[in-house]
Design a protein around this ligand. Structure first.
Ligand code: PHE
Length: 371
């Protein structure tokens, strides 16, 4: 078939035999396109007001044609137009047949691809993080494959201390030949990023650490071997337990509503002293007692405490090793608090979800509710 692109752009003769040949080619093209295109695509292709083939050919050719060829050219274009309109009328008269003809119907509406949404867990994690961003904290991140040093030793978990067992650590294979502090494991909490951040910078430190953590826990309605935490650390001169209380009380009100109350219970973590568990008044029964809070009126939500001086000592020693021999983390001069919360737990309370597994199932019926 003649390449009509060439016809449009190259000069050619306007004698009758040449025009016969060209218009025969165009007529063939009308026939085959009316057979292959849907009626609407066919109409737009040939008669479209801006880019229609008939218009662009007619304009292009008329421009380059000698004056005496304009009339015969006009007649031929009119004939071609009649043929196109006849093909269109024929298609309209037999709509079923025309639909069957076309294997690709470009006039059908496209299939709509749903816009993605943020996963409910990430959304909650982002919400928590932004509450602390508003207080001047910045985000710090750390690796999920962590060394024993950052995950345990520097956080004041002595070797063979039973507190390590409570974290159900997943360790990497073939680490036995290494000194204990260099052995790799999956981090059991986001607290190692406290150590990494303090080694890297002198106070003041205000960081939040969102991230994935791993524990050798059997999955059940509220546990998953992989879950998410948001850690917080604030170190500066004169940081007190009151600052910790005020900060977390504000954060809980920002997350769960201003009516929520907080209370602090004595607890234990090797890296904080004193340590506390934070409870919020039950958001389901406003503290009156219901099934969700086991009739206590309170829901336990996170762990926290004042940074243990032993942690500052590990940081100081590690800084000395990288030639940061300074007094920056002298517990006589600075103090700090830390906290850590489970993102799944908070998201489950926010949305009244009773099965942690929903977050990981990828079930659209669950996820679509957060769109
Ligand atoms: N890392 C602790 C845990 O995973 C939580 C925590 C963080 C407690 C910071 C105190 C201070 O259980």
């Amino acid at each position: 078939m003649t390449d009509l692109f060439d016809i449009e752009h190259d000069s050619f003769g306007y004698d009758e035999p040449t025009l016969d040949k060209l218009f025969e080619t165009l007529k063939q093209e009308v026939r085959s396109s009316s057979a292959n295109y849907s009626q609407e695509v066919f109409r737009l292709h040939w008669l479209g007001r801006k880019q229609g083939r008939l218009k662009t050919l007619r304009e292009g050719w008329s421009k380059s044609a000698p004056p005496e060829a304009l009339k015969p050219l006009g007649i031929r274009f009119n004939q071609l137009k009649q043929q196109i309109e006849a093909a269109l009328a024929g298609a309209a008269a037999t709509p079923v047949a025309s639909a069957a003809k076309s294997c690709l119907d470009f006039s059908l509406p496209g299939s709509v691809r749903a816009m993605g949404i943020q996963h409910p867990l990430l959304k909650t994690m982002q919400e928590i993080v932004s509450v602390f961003h508003d207080l001047g904290y910045s985000t710090a991140l750390g690796p999920q494959v962590e060394s024993d040093f950052y995950n345990f030793e520097a956080l004041n978990f002595p070797p063979n201390h039973p507190a390590r067992d409570t974290q159900d650590t997943l360790v990497l294979a073939d680490q036995q030949a290494k000194p204990s502090r260099e052995r790799l494991l999956m981090r059991t909490h986001t607290s190692p990023v406290q150590i990494r951040s303090m080694i890297a910078q002198a106070p003041p430190v205000r960081i939040v650490v969102p991230g994935k953590v791993h524990r050798n826990d059997a999955a059940d309605a509220t546990h998953s071997p992989v879950f998410h935490q948001v850690e917080g650390l604030c170190v500066d001169a004169n940081i007190t337990f009151s600052d910790l209380k005020g900060t977390l009380d504000h954060a809980m009100k920002a997350l769960f509503g201003s009516a929520v109350k907080t209370r602090f219970f004595p607890s234990f973590f090797p890296f904080t002293e004193p340590s506390a568990d934070v409870q919020i008044s039950c958001i389901f029964c406003a503290g009156n007692g219901c099934r969700k809070c086991k009739n206590s009126g309170w829901i336990e939500l996170l762990g926290c405490g004042m940074v243990d001086p032993a942690v500052f000592a590990s940081v100081t020693e590690a800084r000395r090793k990288i030639n940061q021999a300074d007094d920056a983390y002298n517990p006589e001069k600075i103090s700090g608090f830390a906290f850590g919360m489970g993102v799944e737990r908070i998201a489950m309370i926010q949305h009244g979800i009773s099965e942690i597994g929903h977050f990981y199932s990828g079930d659209m019926r669950f996820l679509e509710q957060f769109a």
